[in-house]
Design a binder for this molecule. Sequence first.
Ligand code: BJ8
Length: 384
Amino acid sequence: MTSELKLPANFEDYTDAKKNGFLRVMKLKEEGKKVVGTFCSYTPSELVMAADGVCVGLCGSSEDGIAFAEKTLPKNMCPLIKCSYGLAASDACPYFYFSDMILAETTCDGKKKMFELMKKLKPVHVMQLPPGREGTGALDFWEQEIRRAALAIGEQLGKEITEEALHRAIVQKNRERRAMVELYEVGRMEPCPVSGYEISTIMDSLQFMFTSEEKIKLLEEKRNEFLARAAEDGKGRRKPRIMITGCPTIGVRDKIIKQAELLGASVVAFDSCSGPRAQKEAVSESGDPYLALAKKYLNINCAVMSPNPGRLDALDEMIADYRIDGVIEVVLQACHTFAIEAAEVKRFITKEKKLPYLYLETDYSQADSGQIDTRLSAFLEMMQ
Ligand code: BJ8
């Protein structure tokens, strides 16, 4: 049985935020601002801020562009990569179009090979991300890569990155991170005053806002709004509290997160790129700023790192903090790193934490919506 998912009257959905962002980025360009396109949480956006540029997220999140991409890329590939490349190559993404350069990293194989193709379309600087953190070399190497990226950005944007500017950017970005984590932590409340659909939409829409202050303002306003809602709502029927883990969910939010909530769940926590995974640890505001950035960004628990034990520690902590009843793992089609790591995540959730776990492998099409509905219904029924 489905319930009605209530969204506030002033709720701006992701499509609105994206559309408004197009117009704003065009205006920024007219004012002479430089724009840097990015694809990953490992991107040290402080470098772009220190060069007085703005970052735009270019990860594809819809079926648009996929047919075009499949003329060049294999069909059996991650939809995020196909969509990102297809929109860029067919000139259908205004954010890509307005980007002065792309700041990329070697994360998964698909993305790094996509960047080779993208170099034919735009200036692309690829940071070589170490494949793991073990040994003493990884951190030194990554710090050097961050220094190399700073030079490339400075050159491309026509503004040298000074240590003072970088320090200011680190302080500012840390404020933004804290505001994000505080908004996520509203999900710890019981009952949770906000739907996971709404919270993930707000977080994803931040990539279409172009100053740190306006992001912080939105995050603080929303947090206050949700806390006030909690005071009014009182105690409702207890819903199963769900955590989402795995690949980025931006392109499957409607068919998984929204649908799970329509079926009676409360999605309260996100262990994914759109969750606090990349935000919890701040960048040290003292000492060498390049080393501080290297330490922080190398510590992000993504499945592209081998090994990646921090992911289980983070899951453990979130299960306790958010009082989780069940975990849904979302894996995008052909994402090998998350698909393989899912076996260990499943063992940990079901055997150690003794919680229900649902694995959903999907793409950006609607072809499997019915099947996903059926599996979500059975999963939630089992918990109720
Ligand atoms: S920090 S999750 S943004 S790498 S889903 S393209 S891994 S095949 S997006 Fe990611 Fe950075 Fe990690 Fe986040 Fe490849 Fe997998 Fe596709 Fe992925």
